[in-house]
Design a protein. Sequence first.
Length: 357
Amino acid sequence: MLIFRQLVDPPSSTYTYLLADSRTSQAVLIDTVFEQARRDAALLGELGLQLCYTLETHTHADHVTGAWMLKRQFGSRIAVPSSGGATGADRGLAHGDRIDFGGRHLTVRATPGHTDGCLTFVLDDETMAFTGDCLLIRGTGRTDFQQGDARRLYQSVHLQIFSLPQDCLLYPGHDYRGLTVTSVREERRFNPRLGGQISEDDFAGYMNNLNLPHPKQIDVAVPANLVCGRPDNEQMSSNAAAWAPLTYTFAGIWEIQPQSLEEVAGRVQIVDVREATEFDGPLGHIDSARLIPLGELASRAATLDRSRPVVTVCRAGGRSAQALVILHKAGFTECANLAGGMLRWRADGYRVVGGSA
């Protein structure tokens, strides 16, 4: 069975795709984003997947890849178009190459035109294809920079993408209207730039007169992507805390495990956001915890010490996760949620004040 997730980076409207073989847990990521690498890593961890490859459809001009960060964390291989000019990759990809992950694989089709080194990745059974910026939903990538060529793009789409089965689902690298997926049949018929009876001359004339502004991030993104997203100082960009070992969840929450909290309890502020009846109820509470019910936290956040990290606690971890949102809005940056709440704390055998046997 194939595991598949479509993820989005809202600022750049970039789609990142996760594919994995459920039998072996081996996975690939297509078109990662530097700022979302922590999110992607959290999803891999929660699903218990082994990242084999990060794949690039082309050298992006609107965002920086997260490939280097993910390789540093997981030991995954970076695979880029061999004609894209990037250095530091583990593998250069060309037309006809195959990327294996477990018992599944992707086949590489060269689809230049948006840039000189664009690729499309086709799933082994040809039910899905990942077109990058070559073919978008009812549109195409632009052809006016990075060796773009409208006529090459027209040929790439017709020969390499429209030749796939009509029901093959197409997943683009971007969409700016909230659309997520299309098909070969739909684009052959309805794409206003190159579908239907539109000729190569029609398409070239249209594309050569778009007069679009350059992407806002091009001066930063292209140089960074030419080294696979490796920062100049080679330090991993992360908000991981120095005050305790934390885990970042796919829900976007920093969590601390009970054992780690016990080790740092004397150096942090533990805020219990349950109601008073729960604080003194059957589950008891952590010895140094301060009671501030969730409904009062926004108005009482100013009473907390901003120089010390805050750990929020509730019964099972739900309300305390919401407490982090409130604290972040109040300007607190060093915060974490106790994973599993008091239920987990007690189940793991840590000391409580009060409570029942």
